[in-house]
Design a protein around this ligand. Structure first.
Ligand code: DGL
Length: 271
């Protein structure tokens, strides 16, 4: 068995896994959420890197040849070092991919005036990963980042439909538009934010397009597998899904239902 590994700090990556399994249902998948140490969003570079590397190694041990960091914070703070420094030593034939680059790639076809706003965690915004990737691909674009510190806790604490959520969402949207009133595209640069989509839409002016990552990242995985038959043939196809968490199994299974829309059972592991 060589499942595709999907890693996130917690539950958010389930929104990415959901899109993978819809578009590419035949593959086997392992999801690993480091819920016991989530959120990663305001942790330092070194810690996010250390935790992410531990999770990637665990997924490799479980048989994965290909691991997707279904977490923007981990993609922003750990991906490059793992790809450049660790993978050549661990196993140069294995691959770890992130979700920022595929998201950035499609923005050129979405924005009409080149003014893009990124909503994300403190770690993702402070890493400047979106701005750096965008400047490589579309140097003419103007990128404004907004740290939405309360959005992940709202989701993790199941407050994403509450009136309290309105306050924080409206506050961040108003703030980013006060920095650049010409923004025509908002990127949900955190895997938790699709659960807030309804409320984000409520406070977003109708001329602004909201970009959610799941489908984009799934299309990108599909194209990666087509372009890399040497990896595609290694990924087994029995349609299985396994879920692992560093937190309690029941806690994870209960909350995962919110993200996946169906019940699952998870196993606890220690990293
Ligand atoms: N899943 C993370 C991301 O996409 C957010 C959650 C966290 O802060 O750990 O950035």
């Amino acid at each position: 068995m060589s499942p595709i590994g999907v890693f996130d700090s917690g539950y958010g990556g389930l929104t990415i896994l959901n899109q993978f399994t819809q578009l590419l249902p035949e593959y086997d998948y392992i999801y690993l959420g480091d819920n016991a140490r989530a959120p990663y969003g305001n942790r330092s570079f070194d810690i996010v890197y250390e935790f992410t590397l531990q999770a990637v190694c665990k997924l490799f041990e479980m048989g994965c040849e290909l691991v997707i960091l279904g977490c923007n914070t981990a993609s922003a703070k750990a991906l490059r070092t793992i790809q450049q420094k660790d993978l050549p030593l661990i196993d140069p034939n294995k691959r770890v991919l992130g979700i920022i680059r595929p998201t950035v790639e499609v923005l050129g076809n979405i924005t009409r005036n080149g003014h893009v706003g990124i909503f994300a965690t403190e770690g993702t915004i402070q890493s400047d990963s979106y701005a750096i990737e965008l400047s490589k691909m579309y140097p003419e674009m103007k990128v404004t980042g907004e740290i939405c510190s309360m959005w992940v806790p709202l989701v993790e604490n199941k407050e994403f439909r509450s009136e309290g959520a309105d306050y924080f969402i409206q506050k961040n949207i108003n703030h980013i538009l006060s920095v650049d009133s010409q923004i025509d595209t908002f990127v949900l640069g955190c895997t938790h934010y699709p659960l807030l989509l309804e409320k984000i839409r409520k406070f977003t002016p109708s001329n602004i397009t909201i970009v959610s990552q799941g489908e984009i990242v799934a299309n990108s995985l599909c194209s990666y597998l087509q372009r890399h038959p040497e990896m595609e043939t290694k990924c087994t196809k029995n349609g299985t899904r396994q879920f692992f968490t560093t937190e309690s199994e029941t806690k994870f299974s209960d909350s995962a239902e919110i993200f996946l829309g169906r019940k699952i059972s998870a196993k606890r592991i220690i990293l």
